[in-house]
Design a protein around this ligand. Structure first.
Ligand code: NAP
Length: 286
């Protein structure tokens, strides 16, 4: 039997409808969630992402500001802008689009964002809070992965989850969130010797390695939940995940497609973080 597709677009639309409702409630109290997006330079992909984020703000009724800075902007000018946004009451979330030009120290920039406005969830304090299980703004793609699994009605507690990939933006935080949800978690990476064997023991397999179609059916336990975070551009211009979708379809129990799986969740979780930040600022329960 074919795996059930987990439709990220549909789940994302449902969350957005909830955000619209909550935003309307907040507006009655005179609060408008506000997001500032900062783009430095002319990276074409980054420009598209920034445009999508601004559009999402508009659709959901948020206030937004897009700061487009020249490629040669100095680090001190960028830090000064962040400092200004940290103090600006109309802004509840600050997102600096990565990657930054080489002359700017990304860590210094992330560290400068107020932890209360860290809607990307990359600030070391947010990461620390995630690890110790304190309230924090969660990184968007990993939070989206958990939300998709939960909203599909899949129980995480007690399951064996295997995460392939250990990046700071996806693999590690996904692993921490799965642990928080009471899964038993194994993390694999490029130096893991018997990865195929380990992956085959997973009830929930999350793949984030950035290698098109690298994970085939031999990595998947029959009936497993397969979450494919990868987004890879093929030579023919089409998008593919890190999982060989067609090959895995008959083995997995659930699978996320690419495109239309994890991808649509990421911006939606950014919007949810901005809403949460606005509520936290005004001490409204989250
Ligand atoms: P990354 O920073 O390049 O990290 C890749 C990780 O995968 C590393 O930990 C690496 O191991 C591991 N890895 C690479 N090749 C491997 C292999 N053959 N076997 C086992 N492990 C391997 O990538 P990332 O930022 O996490 O992104 C991963 C993918 O997710 C990319 O396709 C990216 O485009 C996509 N992505 C999607 C979204 C979304 O919104 N859907 C968001 C973010 C990223 P080592 O640590 O040992 O080098």
């Amino acid at each position: 039997m074919s795996a059930q597709r987990i439709e990220g677009k549909q789940i994302s639309d449902a969350i957005r409808a909830e955000i619209v409702q909550e935003t309307a409630e907040l507006k009655k109290k005179g609060i408008v969630p506000g997001l500032a997006v900062v783009l430095v330079g002319e990276d074409p992909a980054s420009k598209v992402y920034v445009g999508s984020k601004a559009k999402a703000c508009e659709q959901l009724g948020f206030y937004s500001e897009v700061h487009r800075l020249a490629e040669n902007t100095s680090q001190s000018d960028l830090l000064a802008l962040i400092e200004k946004l940290n103090k600006q009451d109309s802004i509840h979330g600050i997102l600096v689009q990565l990657p930054l030009p080489k002359h700017i120290d990304e860590k210094a920039v992330i560290d400068a964002i107020s932890v209360h406005k860290d809607v990307d969830g990359f600030h070391p304090v947010s990461v620390g809070n995630l690890v110790i299980g304190d309230v924090s703004l969660l990184p968007c793609t990993p939070a989206g992965v958990i939300e998709m699994i939960k909203r599909t009605g899949i129980e995480i507690a007690g399951k064996h989850a295997v995460v392939i990939g250990r990046s700071n933006i996806v693999g590690k935080p996904v692993a921490m969130l799965l642990l928080r949800e009471h899964a038993t978690v194994t993390v694999c990476h490029s130096k893991t010797p018997n990865m195929e064997e380990i992956a085959r023991t997973a009830d929930i397999l999350v793949v984030a390695i950035g290698k098109a179609k690298a994970i085939g059916a031999s990595y998947v336990k029959p009936g497993a939940v397969v979450i494919d975070v990868g987004i890879n551009r093929l030579e023919d211009g089409k998008l593919a995940g890190d999982v060989d979708y067609d090959a895995v379809l008959e083995t997995a129990g659930y699978i996320t497609p690419v495109p239309g799986g994890v991808g649509p969740m990421t911006i939606t979780m950014l919007m949810l973080n901005t809403l949460k930040a606005a509520k936290q600022t005004h001490a409204i329960g989250v």
